[in-house]
Design a protein around this ligand. Structure first.
Ligand code: NAD
Length: 498
């Protein structure tokens, strides 16, 4: 059986702890391999390798670092199918969905290809007599990334291309539930020409994360995962003096106004609610139709579609969604559906106890549709992260907006309407970081930045795109004067450049 090892200074190693954790094929429930679990020693070795690689890598001209990103882009395009298969084998998402993940990751690589231009500084001549000033962004040093299970390739690639292109060296601690994609990313970058030690991978759980957060050499930490862990990472990392960006969970609402094209809205809800079995931080998990008539029409159209969802393993080209990640995730999602039912939600389509012939051991949850969900219900307050769509009926547009603004999460949201005024008002007033107008999953493209508000993000830095350049570099301003401009004698007043 496969052992998924750490990669430190270009070498595979299973580390010293002797600890292992099974990795599953979620479609069958069978163990497909084991992942080595690193702790303090493995993290220290990885950080030291990154520290040793830093001087040469940060001194490599940005255009040469970009050349490696160009190579990576070509290799990823050529090997996209293999990357997608590696994702699906441990995550369970459909092959086409995994290919979509690869495409979105490629956007970040493409942005990183332009790093030489992005790192250009500012120069001002004659800020005072004979005085010039220049501002540049310098690289940080060793930075770390801690990533979730749901995009085992894309989320590490939200971080790695940008951090490396900016001249940093990197230690990745991927999700221990689907760790093989991270090792494949390493292989791709090695093939692209990345020197040893620039990217290191330590597998593991909390002990490895804590060792990274406490390590004095690590300058910055990027985290993507659930909100309680994001808050913890932010607090502990900042207390250790690091720069931290920590992106958390979500509860994304889609408002459907009475004038919306209902068929379009229903299709959008199906894809955004059930694609990847709802295991996306940008999944729509709450539909908010405005007015009882809109709600009745929406629910009438949605119900048969949810009941007819085509569920299957990644090898089934017709499948619209796959299993959930683990047996525990299945149990948690099913118990949340039961909590919703007990609190008064109407279960219109029930995905509990779903079985797929030939895959009886898999972690399946069927598509679930809950109607008449209210604000006080657990199923509304908490992130479910499964194929469960709640319908919360709002009496008015203002009520729907208030609902979203009051929610603890603020990752993504969408409005479906034909009314430009309402759309404009929504985009301005809504307390959410990523907004879609007739676009259900408004994930920004690679040359913008991704980031939520409120409990969906800690640290105020967006991930990838222009915000990543700021996160992975720091500002230096040099003010210079040459001898002819220097007057004799000490100046005791605050300098005014005169
Ligand atoms: P998770 O928080 O359980 O795990 C994320 C990472 O944190 C993993 O690498 C894990 O090993 C580590 N971790 C887990 N428990 C820890 C602990 N106690 N101490 C230290 N580290 C710990 O998240 P997940 O279940 O892998 O991913 C799903 C979550 O991620 C969902 O909440 C989803 O909304 C969120 N997510 C958010 C975004 C975003 O951009 N905002 C993107 C993808 C996923």
């Amino acid at each position: 059986m496969t052992l998924i090892s750490h990669i430190i200074n270009g070498q595979e190693t299973s580390g010293d702890t002797g600890l292992r954790q099974p990795v599953y094929n979620p479609a069958t429930g069978e163990v497909s391999g084991h992942v080595a679990l690193g702790e303090t020693r493995e993290v220290d070795a990885a950080v030291r390798a990154a520290e040793a690689a830093f001087p040469a890598w940060s001194a490599t001209p940005p255009a040469k670092r970009a050349a490696i990103m160009f190579n990576l882009r070509r290799i990823m395009q050529t090997r996209a199918d293999e990357i997608a298969r590696t994702i699906s084998a441990e995550h369970g998402k459909t092959h086409d969905d995994a290919l979509g993940e690869v495409t979105r990751a490629l956007e970040v690589v493409e942005f990183a290809c332009g790093i030489a231009d992005k790192l250009k500084g500012d120069f001002s001549r004659d800020v005072g007599p004979g005085i010039d000033s220049c501002a540049e962004r310098q690289t940080l040093g060793v930075v770390a990334g801690i990533t979730p299970f749901n995009f085992p390739s894309m989320v590490p690639l939200w971080m790695i291309p940008m951090a490396l292109a900016c001249g940093n060296t990197f230690v990745l601690k991927p999700s221990e539930r689907d760790p093989s994609s991270a090792n494949l990313i390493f292989d791709l970058l090695r093939e692209a020409g990345l020197p040893d030690g620039v990217l290191n991978i330590v597998h593991g759980g909390k002990a490895a994360v804590d060792a990274l957060l406490d390590h004095p050499v690590v300058q910055a930490v990027s985290f993507v995962g659930s909100t309680p862990i994001a808050r913890y990472i932010y607090t502990r990392g900042c207390a250790a003096g690091k720069r931290v960006q920590a992106l958390g969970g979500a509860k994304n609402h889609m408002i459907i106004l009475p004038d919306a094209d209902l068929d379009q809205a229903v299709d959008a809800l199906m894809g955004a609610g059930f694609g990847s079995a709802g295991e996306r931080c940008m999944a729509i998990s709450v539909a908010v139709p405005v007015g009882e008539e809109t709600a009745d029409r929406l629910v009438e159209k949605l119900t048969p579609k949810v009941a007819a969802l085509n569920i299957g393993p990644p090898s089934d080209p017709e499948a619209e969604m796959g299993p959930v990640i683990t047996a525990e995730a299945k149990e948690r999602i099913e118990s949340l559906i039961s909590a919703g039912e007990a609190e008064g939600a109407q279960v219109l389509v029930d995905g509990r106890g779903y079985k797929l012939q030939g895959y009886e051991g898999g972690f399946w949850v069927g598509g679930t549709l809950l109607d008449r969900v209210t604000e006080d219900m657990t199923v509304y307050r908490e992130e479910i992260f499964g194929p469960v769509l709640s319908v919360l009926r709002a009496p008015s547009y203002d009520h729907a907006v208030d609902l979203i603004n009051k929610h603890q999460y603020g990752n993504g949201t969408a409005l479906f309407t034909r009314d430009g005024d309402a759309a404009r008002d929504f985009a301005r007033r809504i307390q959410v970081g990523m907004v879609g107008i007739n676009v259900p999953i408004p994930v920004p493209v690679g040359y913008h930045s991704f980031g939520g508000w409120k409990q969906s993000s800690f640290g105020g830095h967006g991930i990838y795109g222009p915000e990543a350049i700021h996160f992975y570099t720091r500002l230096k301003t040099v003010t210079s004067r040459w001898p002819t401009g220097i007057r004799a004698g000490a100046e005791f007043n605050f300098p005014t450049m005169e």
